[in-house]
Design a protein around this ligand. Sequence first.
Ligand SMILES: C[S@@+](CC[C@H](N)C(=O)[O-])C[C@H]1O[C@@H](n2cnc3c(N)ncnc32)[C@H](O)[C@@H]1O
Length: 271
Amino acid sequence: MKELETIELSLFLEAVFRYSGYDFRGYAPSYIRRRVLDFMKEESATTISCLQDKVLHQKDCFHRFLDFITIGVTEMFRDTSFFKTLREKFLPVLKNNSFNRIWVAACSTGEEVFSIAIALHEESLLDTCKMYATDINETSLEKAKAGIFPLASMKKFTENYVASGGERSFSQYFTAKYENAMFSKKIHKNITWSRHNLLSDASFNEFQLILCRNVLIYFTKDTQAQVHKLLFESLADNGILALGAKESIALTPFEKNYKTLDADNKLYQKI
Ligand SMILES: C[S@@+](CC[C@H](N)C(=O)[O-])C[C@H]1O[C@@H](n2cnc3c(N)ncnc32)[C@H](O)[C@@H]1O
């Protein structure tokens, strides 16, 4: 029975790829299996083959599947020690350059991007930095672009901002309207948002800083190596790479090409 499920899962992922170009075949098997089975329940499908029929033939079901698989869990100033270290030790290094390009890959609904933008603003770096924020999920990007977040999240985000070294009044960055917090245009005017698939799209520029946090954990070892190649090729010499708390450059084919700047906070420099 389990064997049949494995066959159906592999056929399903292949079909999704051939139908849409979205390639989930390189995601960690335990993760993808769990998510597909959960989605199957949600859609009241009895087998993966039944689910495949719905996903391929009903456009809205395909979009629900995409949203379900690409989990966008995020928050502003997530991992406060990472943001504190970046702000205090490594953003100042960017002041040595007349211009910086920053890529926030797999940015989800944008909270991480706005956190960086606020830190850059407070370090007087915003005008000399151009930010590129990308994700595979277009629905998430649309939300991110708007710069509007639930007001209910602001308490937690304010606490994170303070814990990560923010010393101003966080509320100066947004205007409360009904249930929402609308972020000031001056914070997000220098951000280009676009769809980018880390597994199939090429490098599109050279960056002084790249954040690629909390997405590599979903991929197999081989796929992680493929993404590390892309990140390495996209970094300028001496550029800085930031990974997520459970991710590392150690034991990847690119380990020797980086100096560890801060092992706990997953910050690395291309050498
Ligand atoms: C858990 S969120 C991480 C968000 C943010 N980086 C953070 O750390 O808070 C993972 C994000 O990776 C995106 N993602 C998943 N697979 C991707 C791929 N192949 N290419 C680009 N983004 C991808 C998802 O859409 C989701 O927004």
